[in-house]
Design a protein around this ligand. Structure first.
Ligand code: PGA
Ligand code: ZN
Length: 399
């Protein structure tokens, strides 16, 4: 039984406050987890409340229903209780930030009771033995950095790596190689919110740099490194402007579909996330029909880890992969249900961080537990390496 839940404000990587939860159980289990926070958040995400408010409301409504009432090992009961305590379908009463912190901390407490690592508790005995390929954000702009690229994230994708550690180091090497190239080109850059270089260059130049950097590192390490994008196109889309607003032009929806199709073909992209607006399932369907057999078309803001939005996407063939962010939906149970639905419909699964993060490593365990195809959690920077290093440890532990 859960015997205590403590909630507090801690810092996230942007210096904002976020919610951390501690969960204690009768048999001495302890779990701690913190909510991350997005900057390019989807319109249909569960609601993040100001941390003070989320904590006060969760203490009033959720904690009394959980403490002394629910077993930490019964994750579905814990998460159903959070939903019932909240009473809305978007966690707008207790906050998705309080909900997800409690949900994840409870899973960790249950794992602690069992003396098992979290990935083992969540994945169980019949877990697969694949490891997710880390996608490393190496150049970026959009909402994550001012005066940088239009496309939010340029991602290194070491698809040929023989091990997860090799893949993690390859992404870091690409990140370093890009730094050297930017200095050489006289365009030194600071970093965006996720640690990617945020140079004042246009997207065309970023493609060239990324292509060269991944080729150089691939040659050094001896395995294939492709690359991909998170366009975060919902942030660019402006109906009044007539479509997708880039620094140098506006593309209407047909032009955007055409542009992304060309990019996939020109650069042999392994991965394209949110290439179109979060409301435009139809345009997603057009793009997936064009290039879905040669790349991953992934819905982040499109699906927001939400089973009913994913059902719609599956029905319409709008994509072939889904980004999973537990805080978009508010609980581990909801994230698991979305992953299961995706996997049953041959969608690839990409477990993801947010631009605002903490040292919390839950998503590394979630990705391994669910046999996710990819994990997107940056390339460098403490709050990113916390997850990447945990992944290396898990691989070591599971070997
Ligand atoms: P966010 O961005 O965490 O700022 O929403 C990450 C993403 O769009 O994948
Ligand atoms: Zn995204």
């Amino acid at each position: 039984l859960i015997t205590d839940i403590r909630l507090r404000r801690i810092l996230d990587s942007r210096g904002n406050a976020t919610v951390e939860a501690d969960v204690l159980t009768e048999s001495g289990g302890f779990g701690r987890a913190a909510a991350p926070s997005g900057a390019s958040t989807g319109e249909f995400e569960a609601i993040e409340l100001p941390p003070n408010e989320a904590i006060a409301n969760a203490r009033e409504h959720a904690v009394p229903r959980l403490v002394g009432e629910v077993h930490a090992g019964d994750q579905r009961a814990v998460d159903n209780t959070l939903r019932a305590a909240d009473g809305t379908d978007d966690f707008s009463e207790i906050g998705a930030n309080s909900a997800v912190a409690i949900s994840m901390a409870t899973a960790k407490a249950a794992a602690d009771v069992l003396g098992a690592p979290l990935y083992q508790h969540l994945g169980g005995a019949f877990r697969g033995d694949n490891f997710p390929v880390p996608l490393g954000n190496v150049i970026g702009g959009g909402e994550h950095a001012a005066d940088a690229t239009d496309i939010q994230e340029f991602l290194s994708a070491p698809v040929g790596a023989p091990s997860v550690a090799d893949a993690v180091f390859a992404n870091a090497a690409v990140h370093q190689e890009i730094h050297d190239m930017l200095i050489e080109r006289d365009t030194p850059a600071g970093k965006g919110d996720e640690g990617a270089w945020a140079p004042s260059i246009d997207d065309a130049e970023a493609f060239e740099i990324l292509d060269e950097a991944t080729s150089t590192v691939a040659e050094e390490v001896g395995f294939e490194i492709k690359f991909g994008l998170d366009v975060a196109a919902a942030e660019m889309y402006d109906e009044d402007e007539g479509g997708y607003v880039y620094s140098d032009q506006v593309r209407d929806t047909d032009e955007q579909v055409e542009y992304i199709t060309e990019l996939v073909e020109e650069w042999d992209l392994a991965y394209v996330e949110d290439p179109l607006d979060e409301n435009d399932f139809e345009a997603f369907t057009d793009l997936t029909a064009n290039v879905g057999d040669q790349t991953l078309i992934c819905g982040d803001d499109l699906f927001v880890t939400n089973v009913s939005r994913l059902e719609k996407g599956i029905e319409m063939d709008s994509a072939n992969s889904i980004l999973i962010k537990p805080n978009q939906i508010g609980s581990l149970t909801d994230a698991f249900d979305a992953i299961e639905l995706a996997a049953n419909n041959t969608y690839d699964v990409i477990v993801s961080h947010r631009s605002g993060e903490t040292e919390d490593t839950t998503i590394a365990h979630l990705a391994v537990a669910t046999d996710a195809d990819f994990i997107k959690t940056g390339a460098v920077g403490g709050e990113r390496t916390a997850k990447l290093n945990e992944l290396i440890r898990i691989a070591d532990d599971a070997a």
